[in-house]
Every structure is written in C-alpha cells, then in structure tokens.
Design a binder for this molecule. Structure first.
Ligand SMILES: Cc1ncc(C[n+]2csc(CCOP(=O)(O)OP(=O)(O)O)c2C)c(N)n1
Length: 819
C-alpha cells in the first residue's frame, strides 16, 4: 500500500528533524574548530529543508526536543521560527567596544599582570545586558551573579556597576599592610552595585565572592538567591534573578555542577530557575575539548534536566541578544533553569602571563590575526567604532589616574542592612546572652510538638515517642537529644527566629530520632508540628536534601549569608560524609570572613562517635575542623548532653555574634540515659563550655574528654567504685575555653595528673589541639593522653576489635597512678 503524506505533514516531518538535530549542524564556532556534525536525518534538500536549516543550523543551535512537555517545546519552536526581532545595533556595538577596550587598556598598563581577559567571548556582555533588560521587564529588580575568574573584572565594571577606579585599585595593590595574611586576589572578590538596563530600569547587582575552586560557588549562589527571595515574601521569586557563568572545562568536569543542577526544581531549594551561561572558549588552561569531556558539548550535563540548551556563535552579537531574550523569557515563563552556551575563543593564554603557543601553536597563530569582536561587528554594520573607543578609553585613563593616587583598598560591596545589628570578628564576653527558657514555654512547645490534627493517623512507633516527649516536657522523665532539639527550635520559633534545617533524611532523622515531620499512615500526608506552634511564630523549614554534600552544604552556607536572622543548619548523614563538601568548608565556611570579610552563622550538625560501625561511620574528623580554626573563625563544639545541645542551638541564634558553628552530634548517645538531661537544666542560664564533675571534688586525677567517651569513662568509674577521679567534658573545643577550664580544674587542687582521653587515633580527634593548651593550664601537674594508636583510617571495621580497643582506652585511663 502506498502511503501519501500531505504537504503539511511532510513539512512537519522535515521541520521536526531540524528541530531535533539542527543544533549539530549549526555554525557555532567563530574559529571553526567545532565543525558542524552532519546528521543523516538532515540530508534533505528543497525549499522547506532550506527554510528549516536557516532557522536551526545558523548561528543558533538549540537542544530542546528532549523536553517532555509539549507546551514548552512548542513555545521554543514558535520563538525560533518567528522572524528575529529588532536589535539596537548601536547599543550592542558600544557595549562590545567597551568590553574590548577595558581589556586592551589593562593590557597596556599592567603588562605581566593576571586579569583573565574576556576577549574572545566578549559577546557575554550584550548577552547579560539583554538578560537583565528582559528580566527587569519580567519583574526582577535584583540579580545575583556567580562566576569565576574569566572576564570577572570586566563584568564587575560593566554589569555590576562598580566604578572603574575601584576595580583598577586591585592592580595598584595599595595598602598591603591592611591585608597581611588575609584578603583575596582581585579576580575573586565579590561586589555589589547598581545596573541601569537598556530599557531604563534599575537592577541591584550582586556578584558573589568566589574561590579559585571552580563551580564551588554554584550552590552558594543558589542558597543566597533563595534566602533573598524568601526575605521578600510572596514576590521574592519574581524579583531576584539568579545568573551563573561557567567555564566550559569546569562545567563539564566538576561534580558540584551536577549536584547543583539537580536542585533546580526541588521544593526546598528552587529559585524559580537559574540562568546559566557557559562562557565557552573551547579550552581549559592548556587542555582542549577532546580531553575535557566525553560528549560533543561541554553543556551535555545539563541534559539531565528537562530544559533547553541554547548554543550560540559568540561572534554573532545579534543572535546572542536574541538567544538571551528567548532564554530569559523561557526561564521566567516556566520557572526552570536554562543554559546558554556561548561559543568563542580565548585571545591570550589562560592568564595574560601564560604563553598559549606552546600547546596550541596553530590555533593561536589564527587568533593572533583575528580582529576583536567590536571591530568585526562595526565593519559588518559599516559603522565607525572610533567615537565609542575614544570615549571608553578616556574614561578608563581617568580612572587609572585616580587609582594611582589611592592609599586605601576600596570596598567593593555593601553588606545589606539586615547585617547591621550583627557582630563578626573576635569573640568577646559581651556577646553572651541567656539561653535558658521559661518552664511554661517549654511545656507549651513540648505539648505542641507531640500533638497532631484529630483526623491524622499517626504511626504507632511515632505515637509512643510523642507520648514520651510529652512526659519529658512535663518534667516527668529526663529529656533526650531529639526532644531537646525540638524544644530549642520551638522556643526560638516562638521568640521570632526562623529555622531552616536540611540534610539527608533529616525530616525523620537518620537515627530515627527527630521526627520533625509525621506521615499519615493512610496517605503519607505530612504534618510538621513545629510549623503549627502559633500563628505568630517564625517560619520553620525542614528538608530532606538530595544525596549531595558539596551542593547541600554550599546551599545552606549561601542561605546563611543572606539570612542572619534565621538559624540555618546543615546536617550530614554521618559526619564522615561531610568531607564531600570539603571545598565549601575550606573555601567558604572557615575562610570567608578572613578573605572577604563576609560573616555567616551556619550550623553544621555532624554525627560523630566510635561505635564499631566501621571506618566511614565513626568520625566527622574533629581534627580537621580544629586545624582550620584560627582567629575565632568558627566554633567547634560537642554537647555532652541534651540540655547542652539545647543551649548551644539557642546560643547560636540568640547571640548577635554570627560565626559558623560545627557541632559533633551523638548517635548511640541520642537516647542513652547518661546523656539525658532533667528539665531544670533547660531553664538554667547558658551553655557550658566545660561541663564540670558534680559528683567528685578534690580528685587526684582529672580525666578530660569530649563526647561519648566521657560517658563511657563515667560508667567505668562507677563500675570501679572509683571516687578519686573527676571526669570533665570539654563541650567547646574552639574557641578554647581556657578560663572555664582553669576554673573547673581549680576544684581539684590535689590532682596529680590530668589526662586527655579520646576515642580517636592519635593523629585524629582533638588531641593535638588540646594537649599544648592543657599543658599550659595544668602548670606543674603531669598531663598525659589516652587514645587509639595512630591510624591511616579512622576506625576498625570489626565490631569485636572495636570493643577491645574501647576497653583498652578505659583501662589506660584508669591505670594506677604512679607512686
Ligand atoms: C576545582 C579546580 N580545579 C582546578 C583549577 C585550576 N584551573 C583554573 S582555571 C582552569 C581552567 C578552566 O577552564 P574553563 O572552565 O574552560 O574556564 P576558562 O579559564 O577557559 O574561562 C583550571 C584547571 C581550579 N581553579 N579549580
């Protein structure tokens, strides 16, 4: 049977083939290395094919047929198949010229200085101009821009709106004494400013401070946007635009990119769509695309999301502007991420002091003779760029003269008003506040957290736990950590502090201890009691995070940067996994105040303790955090009982001193009788940095420990009926509480030895942090330590070996005193 197709069906088929595969044959690379890849389904000719080819295989190539939603696909088709709208060519030309001249002037004045020029991809400037203009038309009035080194200074001037003199001051490197041992290089610092769109609207701009570690800023920026949006209430999502610029090598290679993309549409994380730009110069340092990614495009990772990827030739400014507008409107309409892959080249070496001809001699011979984009576009338009060049040059020359006379480093950003009442810098005693709660309030919260709506079918196991929580709140039985945490959150919420907690399986709690969300046994409907305390309470959010540490931690850090009033907590499933977010810890959490003078009050909850669960379920690496601690940059604590945890969380929220807090949280101690606390301890004044021994005074030996092992020592002491050994808990390891510890030690003037006892191997735990400090405090008294032998991995995999080791620690701690 012969099937005849109607003309329109045939047209559709041809168009569909181009819609699906056209991007492979598009003309994207100005220098021609990324050649069109012919696709068999496009080997058609005729008028319809030519029409489709001109749309889908020109200087724009769009991947969108993988999007399952037909409405979204049709939306894109319609935009692309409509005639290209008018572009203000003079404006675009001026912007390109400005971008080029900025780099040329710097090249001439600061020979041999790194600046990571944008030349070769300067089309990014009109691209961002158009994104901001379109977004402003869609209701945005501020944007957060995250990016790495490439073109950063250029965009700081032209998009963030920082005065040129502020940027050039970085090249003058004035006032080095003010940043001895601190600060950061000029192309990593953040900046705030104001941008006037082409359409005459103002956008508040925020370029996020960024470490050298590529892509690590992505989740941080997303968290910041989410916090800014949340602060603004119902209109926040529309008003704050998230833009992230990526390098092609970094986008394809770094895992955190994938982790962050995965958060795009999650309820607890979404920002209504991030605008991604790959500033694709088809090279990473000295390495070409064939060695950088297994796929044709660096952008392929983004295909994991049902979103469009727009490739555009970086030397067709009008296509760039068109793509920017379409992509921003798509993002706004469908609240999803979008990706624009702007393909260009890199005019110089990786930095300007790097010679690219060593590794890519042919490519760079070609680039040497290739004119800058402003010049190319001007000749395409038949326009004279000279007046624009002269104007841009004159402005920069003027700024150069001013910068040369500066004696102080200009501050590139302003902290928003919501930071004004908070303190950073060193700890001082006056930051302390009362953290105890009022018994009536504790009772009220405990009642609310253990109740649920009448028509709610509660799980019987949860019901039992809630009955216990209610009894704890009435003071009928001592309180456990889970209840203490809920009481800390509940009292803070009633006092006006919002709480946001996210982590893997955090809603229930990895150890079945939290139950912040109940699930109806008939239909899994969730109920969050802490969100139903009172109509006037502050906002409570608790999210199960995706299985990600780097992006999960980075996001909450970012959130804490823009919401100092909120108690923001990130929880690791086991503390051992927190090192998946090590870059965030090293580059942001511990160092941001030193590098960028940017504070945060983030809390990290890291389950820690040696319980025979093997090398990856024992240690949150106390030693690493203590090694990172200096100049009061963080607080490192391990609360030894439920009430201490309660006070610690409240202290973090109620003090106006904003500092990251690292908390080693319990596992087996969660419900252990020795770590429970009476209700009365929740009403006392504050957190104790050192928990004294209330049973023994005038001891002949003082054991000092932190966390679970301290309770094991107490149990051992009881077993031995020992009445001459005092056991102290060091609940705050950093800042080291010298005065508190000295005061507690003074209760044991006859002590003949002070012993630091830890479960961790000798090369881990708090040992090397604590010992010199203990020696200083103990004066002439002997100080020794008990610990596992040095080890390459944190813990044994054998439960029995663990028991033997634990036993040996206890034996050594109680070894007879030397005569
Ligand atoms: C996580 C990380 N690894 C390595 C580096 C060192 N490094 C700096 S730039 C660069 C190449 C980046 O290439 P690309 O992402 O394409 O950006 P481009 O510099 O070409 O704009 C490398 C490897 C780094 N900064 N961060």
């Amino acid at each position: 049977m012969k099937i005849t197709k109607s003309l329109s069906e045939e047209k559709d088929l041809i168009f569909d083939a181009f819609r699906r595969w056209g991007y492979l044959e598009a003309d994207l690379d100005p220098l021609g290395s990324l050649r069109p890849a012919p696709h068999p389904e496009l080997a058609v000719d005729g008028e319809t094919a030519e029409q489709a080819r001109s749309i889908y295989c020109g200087t724009i190539g769009v991947e969108f047929m993988h999007i399952p939603d037909p409405e979204q696909r049709r939306w894109i088709e319609k935009e692309l198949e409509a005639p290209a709208p008018e572009v203000d060519r003079q404006w675009v030309l001026e912007r390109l010229v400005r971008a080029d001249v900025f780099e040329q002037v710097l090249q001439a004045h600061y020979i041999g200085t790194k600046r990571f020029s944008l030349e070769g991809t300067s089309g990014v400037l009109p691209l961002l101009d158009e994104v901001l203009d379109t977004a402003a038309g869609n209701g945005a009035d501020r944007a957060v821009l995250a990016m790495s080194h490439r073109g950063r200074l250029n965009l700081m001037l032209h998009v963030v709106g920082r005065p040129a003199v502020d940027i050039l001051a970085g090249f003058e490197d004035v006032d080095p004494r003010s940043v001895l041992g601190g600060g950061d290089v000029k192309y990593h610092r953040g900046a705030t400013g104001s941008y006037l769109t082409h359409g005459g609207r103002r956008m508040a701009m925020h370029m996020v401070s960024n470490p050298s570690h590529l892509e690590a800023v992505n989740p941080v920026a997303m968290g910041r946007v989410r916090a800014k949006q949340t602060r603004l209430g119902a209109t926040g999502r529309a008003r704050v635009l998230s833009i992230v610029l990526h390098g092609d090598a970094a986008f394809a290679g770094q895992g955190v990119t994938a982790e962050t993309l995965n958060m795009a549409n999650l309820e607890g994380y979404t920002v209504g769509g991030t605008f991604h730009v790959i500033v694709n110069n088809l090279i990473g340092f000295t390495t070409g695309p064939a060695e950088l990614h297994s796929s044709r495009f660096a952008s392929d990772l983004a295909r994991r999301l049902p979103i469009p990827i727009f490739h555009v030739n970086g030397e067709d400014p009008e296509s760039i502007v068109r793509v920017a507008r379409i992509a921003e409107n798509f993002r706004h309409t469908f609240s999803t991420d979008v990706v624009v892959d702007l393909v260009g080249y890199r005019r110089h070496g990786h930095s300007e002091i790097d010679d690219p001809t060593i590794t890519q001699p042919v490519l760079y011979a070609k680039i040497k003779d290739h004119p800058p984009l402003g010049q190319l576009y001007a000749s395409r338009l038949g326009a004279d760029p000279a007046p624009f060049v002269a104007q841009a040059r004159e402005e920069l020359e003027h700024a150069l003269r001013e910068a040369g006379q500066l004696t102080r480093i200009p501050v590139l950003y302003e902290l928003p008003d919501y930071w004004s009442k908070y303190k950073r810098g060193r700890w001082t005693p006056d930051v302390e506040v009362r953290t105890g709660a009022d018994p009536a309030q504790l009772l009220e919260v405990s009642r609310k957290i253990s109740s649920y709506p009448e028509d709610f079918a509660i799980h019987p196991k949860v019901k039992r736990l809630l009955d216990q929580r209610a009894a704890m709140g009435q003071g009928k039985q001592p309180l456990d950590y889970g209840t203490a945490e809920a009481l800390a959150f509940g009292t803070l919420l009633l006092e006006g502090t919002p709480v946001r907690l996210a982590g893997e399986d955090s809603r229930r709690g990895t150890f079945n201890q939290r139950h912040a969300v109940f699930f109806d046994t008939r239909n899994e409907r969730p109920y969050i009691p802490l969100a139903h305390l009172s109509p006037e309470q502050a906002r409570f959010e608790i999210h199960n995070s995706p299985l990600s540490e780097a992006a999960g931690l980075g996001f909450e850090y970012g959130y804490s940067r823009d919401y100092p009033e909120t108690l923001v907590l990130w929880e690791a499933q086991f503390g051992d996994f927190a090192n998946g977010g090590q870059v965030v810890t090293d580059q942001f959490i511990v160092a941001a105040e030193d590098k960028w003078d940017l504070p945060s009050g983030l809390v990290m909850l890291l389950p820690h303790g040696y319980e025979g669960q093997g090398p990856e379920h024992s240690s949150a690496r106390i030693e690493r955090f203590l090694q990172l601690a200096a100049r009061d940059n963080i607080q490192v604590c391990q609360p030894s009982n439920a009430a201490q945890y309660f006070h610690l969380l409240r202290r973090q929220a109620l003090r106006l001193w904003r500092k990251p807090l690292v908390v080693f949280t319990p596992k087996s101690m969660l419900r252990h009788p020795d770590a429970l606390s009476p209700l009365a301890d929740f009403t006392r004044d504050h957190f104790l940095n050192v928990v004294p021994d209330t049973e023994i005074s005038g001891a002949s030996r003082v054991l000092i420990a932190t966390g679970k092992i301290g309770h094991e020592l107490r149990a051992e002491r009881a077993r031995r009926k020992d009445s001459s050994t005092a056991i102290l808990f060091l609940d705050q390891m950093y800042p080291f509480p010298d005065a508190d510890l000295a005061a507690v030690l003074a209760a044991h003037p006859a002590a003949r030895e002070v012993v630091w006892v830890q479960e961790e191997p000798a090369n881990m735990g708090a040992l090397s942090h604590v010992m010199p400090r203990l020696r200083r405090l103990a004066g002439n008294v002997v100080v020794r330590s008990v610990k596992r032998s040095p080890a390459a991995s944190p813990a044994t995999g054998s439960g029995k070996a663990h028991e033997l080791e634990q036993h040996a620690i206890l034996e050594l701690a109680f070894a007879p005193l030397a005569p």
